[in-house]
Design a protein around this ligand. Structure first.
Ligand code: FMN
Length: 337
């Protein structure tokens, strides 16, 4: 036996520590599952696991492993059946719940009963009911191999886990340049350009379908903002829409909307200048919103459901990270109550 082998075992002594091993395993992106079982005394039991893997197509076999110190281990070792739920992006909360030892995991959940009275959860990408085929020792875990006896799948966006964090999966787009790879600064890899271009393509499509002509992007923003939340302080609208302290442009857009009969202005009891949509303005704004929503659906359908979820998630993350406190359209500020 070589020096590198541990006495009495066939195992090599690791040349890395367990934190490094854990970190390295985390570089492997996985989905997230919840595995459920009915305990011998009739309790519903479940754990979050990302050790799930496919094993064989014929017969249909899958595996996962459970830590020997998991409270649920005896229930899984005793069971004839278990169910694997591949979680959707909406189920991050459920994943955290089932990863908490001692939590009341099933208290507020509606479950169905599966084979062997196994508790079944809803809203996942795939649900597989399995008959236990084998159990193996696997270091500090027990490996369960299950034969899949029933399954249902949906085309939902899956929850992904990588480097200890939840992620979303998105198809990688080709590395093909949009046009060229000049690097003068204002090129296709410049985030500012990508944001502007994406917005421009979206806005042009909305404008093409708009029920009336001759409104500017600013006017569009004012109309849809007020359609969401009418009678706003002029100052808030200015902060929300131009962001740079130059309120003249918004002032001109407001005047133009008043002239078109779409907007009205008034002062509140404290003298704050407010503006709100007229009846016609409200109708037009709602029409514009409907067109914008349908343009969103068409565009995002082209991109794909999972990519759209990932894109929105990244944009929200970007907005949160770089937020300078500009009010959101659905927030009311002081003086607007
Ligand atoms: C994303 C994620 C994946 C996990 N994967 C596993 C796993 O594959 N095996 C395991 O034993 N524990 C895994 N855990 C930890 C268990 O879910 C956690 O220890 C749980 O408390 C075990 O439940 P129990 O002790 O109530 O049986 C994972 C946790 C998370 C958040």
């Amino acid at each position: 036996m070589s020096d590198a082998l541990l006495k009495g075992t066939n195992m090599h002594k690791p040349v890395f520590d367990s934190n490094e091993f854990r970190r390295s395993l985390g570089t492997f992106a996985t989905g997230v599952t919840i595995i459920t079982v009915r305990s011998p005394d009739g309790e519903p039991i479940g754990v979050t696991a990302n050790s799930f893997s496919s094993v064989s197509l014929d017969p249909p076999l899958v595996l996962w492993s459970l830590a020997k110190n998991a409270k649920s281990l005896p229930a899984f070792q005793a069971a004839e059946y278990f169910a694997i739920h591949i979680l959707s992006a909406e189920q991050e909360g459920l994943s955290n719940l089932f990863a908490s030892q001692g939590a009341d995991k099933f208290g507020n959940l509606n479950t169905e009963q599966g084979i062997g009275d196994t508790p079944l959860l809803d809203g996942c990408c795939t649900r597989m009911q399995c008959k236990v085929a084998h159990q193996y020792e696997g270091g500090d875990h027990i490996i369960f191999v299950g034969e899949v006896v029933d399954l249902v799948s949906n085309d939902l966006t899956p929850l992904v886990f990588q480097a200890g964090k939840y992620s979303l999966a998105a198809r990688k787009t080709d590395d093909t340049p949009l046009i060229s790879s000049s690097s003068s600064g204002f090129d296709e890899d410049f985030f500012g350009y990508l944001l502007w271009r994406a917005y421009f393509q979206f806005q042009s499509e909305v404008n093409k379908q708009a029920p009336f002509r001759g409104f500017t992007s600013l006017e569009f923003l004012i109309l849809v903002t007020l359609a969401h939340n009418n009678w706003r302080a002029v100052d808030t609208l200015c902060d929300m829409i131009v962001h740079d302290g130059d309120h003249d442009l918004v002032g001109q857009a407001l005047e133009s909307l008043v002239e078109k009969g779409l907007l009205q202005e008034k002062a509140d009891k404290n003298g704050f200048k407010l503006c709100g949509l007229s009846e016609t303005g409200n109708e037009k704004a709602l029409e514009l919103l409907t067109i914008a929503k349908s343009t969103e659906s068409t565009f995002l359908e082209r991109l794909g459901q999972k990519e759209s979820a990932a894109l929105k998630n990244l944009l929200k993350g970007f907005i949160v990270e770089t937020d300078t406190g500009i009010p959101h359209p659905w927030e009311r500020t002081e003086g607007e109550a």
